[in-house]
Design a protein around this ligand. Structure first.
Ligand SMILES: [Zn+2]
Length: 127
């Protein structure tokens, strides 16, 4: 009787564990999203999963001045702002497919608001 109870409890707990594992598997983010192969694309600054997006390509890097270039390199390297034409990705005319980090976009917008309110206003980030 006691052995039956233990056996049934063990089977019940095993089922619960299996369900928990399946449920966890269903809620984990898809780290391969936007990636063709290899390791998931993670932003080295924000540790956020990046997605592959179409971004504009330009010839110069100082789109909004030299301070912009330094800030982009350090704080929001994967924002969806225009990329240099000589970046290490395939360029299709005026645009390229590259990985974009949502946190880099937020950091870029905040940089505009703090350092270039004229651009932030033109982009509708501030009134
Ligand atoms: Zn980022």
């Amino acid at each position: 009787m006691m052995v039956d109870h233990i056996r049934r409890s063990f089977a019940y707990l095993s089922c619960l564990s299996l369900l928990a594992i399946v449920a966890a598997g269903c809620t984990l983010p898809d780290l391969t999203r936007g990636r063709d192969y290899g390791e998931p694309p993670i932003c080295e600054v924000h540790a956020s999963v990046m997605t592959k997006q179409k971004v504009p390509v330009i010839s110069g890097y100082d789109l909004y001045g030299p301070q912009w270039a330094v800030a982009m390199h350090e704080y929001f390297p994967h924002c969806d702002s225009p990329r240099r034409r000589d970046i290490d990705t395939t360029v299709y005319g005026e645009w390229a497919l590259d990985y974009v980090c949502p946190e880099c976009n937020k950091a870029r917008d905040n940089w505009f608001i703090r350092n270039r309110p004229d651009i932030a206003r033109a982009k509708g980030l501030i009134e």
